[in-house]
Design a protein. Structure first.
Ligand code: NAP
Ligand code: MG
Length: 485
């Protein structure tokens, strides 16, 4: 019998999830006033699977007239929804949460097919967290008076909500659940490349018996988003996306009655001290930047390693990179899935080229990439400094820059030297260092000895160009309420 060299010829057998049981229509209309209606534009766009380029379905493109229809439906529904017994509102939200749980597998598969993320992530993170958001806010619906005592909290009215493509169903949950719990009605637009789970949510909402017009889901590209932002009868715009578009939105609504929350970009610092548990920290580095292909606003995309442990951390990190499995998002072994769109892949490749041109040292493992679809190897950039473009700008892909530091004050200064302020990670055995850094780092979320942990009870949001306002927790209710003292 031939001897098998486990380091060379050993591979995981394929463990791809089947998709036979999921139900997808070939064409999706707009969800307005509890019904699926054809778009006034009569136009549809294709949504594709970024892992193989295959067409999945056609999706309606909403224009100004459709946005107006959706806002009118939401306005009409607001009259009765806002007056409904808060306990009854809570029951509907609770029911939506339960139904997401019941259909979790189908949602997870569609999320991975439409957006490219590994099934392990959509199954274990995106979908359960989306259900948890509805559960959590269902519980607050009839307790607003206790959350904000003596302030007579009242709903704002109709909210326009615009979300990105990196956590499609989860972002929809972050937006819809607190808005409904506070008694508002909504018009939500998912991102162009990942509309399908929002449309499946629309079907689920229809099945849940939620009163018509409370949730309207309309699809389209940036122009549809702009039509929502500019609609004169909205009370609030809740936006998650890039800082560039966030600034455009701020300009468009300046002087209007609309309130806003903006959840924007990031460039998180992940800081490893010499006293950290190095193996766990290396896993933490991998999770911080390669989770969801690095399409994460709070990704730990800037690594700071204390100089005394630089060589050991980098050696272990390179070793770990060589074991990451890149490929079919529906395979349960996959660690890194497909890049969400050809456009985003071009952006990441542009930044990789800039990094090389500006003199940084690149390292990529020699893994096999599938022939079709959008793929990017996990990438490390060494020998970078604060002034490198790849250190300053958000890449939104699996690209990590690595810098060193000697003292705690030096790393605080370097970590804060960015226009963003969304997230950071600190790895150390010393609680005192964690306390010092969590006070001194200008970031909305700081994880200690872990990274990318999300919880509906915990507020999330940024400083500086990372945005305005918080989502999640009790903080997430406030932007959907007005207070009459
Ligand atoms: P994006 O280009 O800003 O798009 C976000 C959403 O806005 C999409 O639905 C998009 O529609 C729509 N949109 C585009 N142009 C618009 C306009 N002029 N007016 C109104 N809406 C418009 O961002 P993205 O590339 O999808 O998402 C990545 C960004 O989101 C990253 O910067 C990331 O950091 C950020 N993000 C932040 C958080 C957070 O909580 N802070 C969470 C997740 C992501 P189309 O997709 O159809 O073009
Ligand atoms: Mg798609």
């Amino acid at each position: 019998m031939n001897k098998i060299d486990i380091n060379k010829s050993w591979n995981y057998a394929s463990a791809a999830e089947g998709t036979e049981h999921i139900q997808l229509k070939s064409k999706y209309d707009l969800f307005i006033n509890g019904e699926f209606v054809k778009p006034s534009s009569k136009k549809y766009f294709n949504t594709i699977n970024p892992a193989n380029g295959e067409h999945i379905a056609k999706v309606a493109q909403a224009n100004k007239e459709d946005v107006d229809k959706a806002v009118k439906a939401a306005r009409k529904a607001f009259k009765s929804w806002s007056k409904l017994e808060p306990k009854e509102r809570g029951k509907y939200i609770f029911r939506i949460a339960r139904m997401i749980q019941e259909r979790a597998k189908e949602f997870a598969l569609i999320e991975s097919m439409d957006g490219g993320k590994p099934i392990r992530e959509s199954r274990d993170i995106d979908i359960p967290l989306a259900a948890n958001h509805f559960f959590y806010y269902a519980g607050w619906a009839d307790k607003l008076e206790y959350v904000f005592p003596n302030k007579s909290p009242k709903p704002l009215g109709v909210a326009g909500q615009i979300i990105p493509w990196n956590f499609p169903l989860l972002m929809a949950a972050w937006k819809i659940a607190p808005a409904l719990a506070a008694g508002n009605t909504v018009v939500l637009k998912p991102a162009e490349t990942t509309s399908l789970t929002a449309l499946k949510l629309a079907e689920l909402i229809q099945d849940s018996g939620l009163p018509k017009g409370v949730v309207n889901i309309i699809t389209g590209a940036g122009e549809t988003g702009a039509e929502i932002v500019n609609h004169s009868d909205l009370d609030k715009i809740a936006f998650t996306g890039s800082t560039v578009v966030g600034k455009l939105i701020q300009r468009s609504i300046a002087g209007s009655k609309k309130k806003t929350t903006l959840e924007l970009g990031g460039k998180g610092a992940n800081i490893i001290f010499e006293d950290a548990a190095i193996d766990q920290a290396v896993e933490g580095i991998v999770n911080a930047i390669f989770f969801n292909q690095g399409h994460v606003c709070c990704a730990g995309s800037r690594l700071f390693v204390q100089a005394s442990v630089e060589s050991v951390v980098i050696e272990k990190l390179k070793d770990r990179l060589s074991t990451l499995i890149i490929g079919d998002p529906l395979d349960k072994n996959t660690d890194i899935g497909a890049i969400n769109s050809a456009e985003q892949l071009a952006t990441i490749e542009k930044y990789i080229a800039i990094g090389k041109k500006e003199g940084a040292d690149i390292y990529q493992p020699k893994c096999q990439l599938p022939k079709k679809g959008n793929w990017c190897r996990p990438t490390l950039f060494l020998n970078v400094s604060q002034s490198h473009t790849i250190v300053q700008q958000e890449i939104f892909g699996p690209v990590l820059t690595i810098q060193t530091f000697r003292t705690i004050d030096e790393v605080i200064e370097k970590a804060n030297n960015t226009p963003f302020g969304l997230s950071a990670g600190v790895w150390t055995e010393k609680g005192s260092k964690i306390f010092k850094l969590s006070k001194k780092l200008k970031a909305g979320v700081i994880w200690a000895n872990t990274y990318n942990k999300f919880d509906p009870t915990s507020p999330f949001g940024g400083y500086k160009e990372s945005g305005i306002g918080r989502e999640g927790g009790l903080h997430g209710l406030k932007p959907y309420l007005k207070f009459e003292l």
